[in-house]
Design a protein around this ligand. Structure first.
Ligand code: GTR
Length: 426
């Protein structure tokens, strides 16, 4: 009897343990365990036909864009939205006299219940039409610089572990807290403008944030409905907002609207790619450590997974994306095809070796596998399939580097982006 009870106890424990193992997610950081995977071919269309010309690519491109909308990011509503651009302040001696600083509110005329999208624009002084880096920021315009004249954002903020926000509102302590990520003086001295806005103006970044943002009024018959398979997610909303800032930039005579670079870090890097894919007016795209569902291949089992991102951030993508959590190989697309949709425009994908969660090698491969599409335009993309050593920028129309250090935007990254812009965008 004792022996039987002992065996029963062992058996029960084993079942529990096995169940625990089965549900416990495993994140792989071991290159030898990545395994094999088969990527979809960007140049074979859904009917199995090879795409050989630019004209054929044009229709394949439409098809791929649609597949990403239906399966990953959701469909961006096509309806035109009436905008009013209200310049609320102009300072011609910003940054110690180096720049003109403008604040522009983009007002959604038909939706007075929505907050405006507040754009902060720095322009180099004494220059005519200049190219511009356009990127959303994580914590309000007041956090990208210490310039005291920028109003503290009153919008919803994530509560951090410090006193830069209280009760989901920014405090004065937040001023300049991410200035290091935005070397505005350097950018201005190189002859570029910088436009930024708080991503939370478009949608606060939490699962019910859509109720306060653009998705509460725009989208299918059920705005914000996260159960509808291909309704857009927050990344779609942020990308849409970047296009609305571009709408404004087209009206500003100081800006060369044919040279607007879509830039973003991390989740905003995912949005920057999606913006560049959907809106051909963007002249180039820079995705800094955009990781899973950004530049990194989804089928490569390394770092963050589709299941994990859908679980941690259910509001970022469309509902259908979640159905691939446990069957990534069934996705009709992979992220190299998303990047290929930027072609023939210049593209920069960057990683950091201290950010293995984003899968640097997977980001590199995402960029590298765009090559045949750039070739259709007679361009060399990355021009190599060899993963470079750290701090060794590579590529031609498509560029890549793996910086030493953590998940962040550093001066090193900007040095490469400015050179990239000088050589390929200006
Ligand atoms: C992480 C997320 C990444 C990336 C990052 C960020 O938690 O897993 O995909 O988006 O956040 O935006 O900083």
């Amino acid at each position: 009897m004792a022996r039987f009870l002992f065996c029963l106890a062992v058996a029960l424990l084993t079942v529990q343990f096995t169940n625990g193992q089965a549900t416990e997610p495993v994140y792989n950081y071991d290159e030898t365990k990545v395994g094999t995977y088969i990527l979809p071919n960007a140049l074979i269309n859904s009917k199995g036909k090879a795409v050989k010309t630019r004209a054929e690519w044009a229709s394949r491109r439409t098809e791929l864009r649609q597949l990403f909308a239906e399966n990953v990011y959701g469909k961006t509503p096509k309806q035109a939205v009436r905008l009013r651009f209200q310049t609320t302040s102009v300072d011609s001696s910003a940054l110690n006299g180096l720049a003109i600083r403008k604040l522009i509110s983009i007002i959604f005329v038909d939706y007075p219940q929505l907050p405006p999208l507040d754009v902060l624009l720095y322009l180099p002084k004494g220059q005519r039409t200049v190219p511009v880096f356009l990127g959303l920021n994580f914590c309000g315009n007041h956090c990208v610089t210490t310039e005291a004249a920028i109003p503290l954002s009153t919008r919803w903020m994530v509560n951090g572990n410090d006193d830069t926000s209280l009760n989901n509102k920014a405090t004065e302590k937040a001023r300049g807290m991410q200035a290091r990520r935005w070397p505005i003086t350097t950018i201005i001295k190189r002859g570029y403008a910088l436009a930024t806005a708080y991503y939370g103006d478009l949608e606060p970044d939490h699962p019910t944030g859509w109720r306060m943002g653009i998705r509460s009024v725009l989208g299918a018959s059920t705005p914000g409905d996260s159960t509808k398979a291909d309704n857009w997610g927050a990344i779609g909303a942020w990308a849409w907002g970047m296009s609305r800032i571009l709408d404004y930039l087209q009206t500003d005579p100081a800006i060369d609207a044919k040279r607007v670079i879509s830039f973003g870090h991390s989740r905003i890097g995912k949005a920057a790619i999606w913006a560049g894919v959907q809106d051909d007016r963007f002249a180039a795209v820079i995705a800094n450590e955009s990781g899973e569902s950004g530049a990194a291949l989804s089928r490569r089992w390394y770092g963050e997974t589709v299941e994990r991102i859908n679980t941690s951030f259910p509001h970022w993508f469309c509902a259908r994306y979640k159905t691939y959590n446990k069957r990534v190989a069934d996705l009709p697309v992979d992220q190299h095809e998303l990047l290929a949709l930027i072609a023939p425009r210049p593209l920069y994908v960057a990683s950091a070796d201290g950010d293995q969660w984003s899968d640097p090698k997977g980001e590199f491969l995402g960029a590298a596998y765009t090559e045949p599409v750039y070739a259709l335009y007679g361009k060399v993309g990355l021009g190599t399939m060899t993963f470079p050593a750290v701090n060794q920028p590579i590529g031609q129309t498509v560029r890549y580097h793996d910086r030493t250090g953590k998940h962040d935007v550093m001066d090193y990254d900007w040095e490469q982006y400015l050179r990239f812009a000088d050589e390929l965008v200006r």
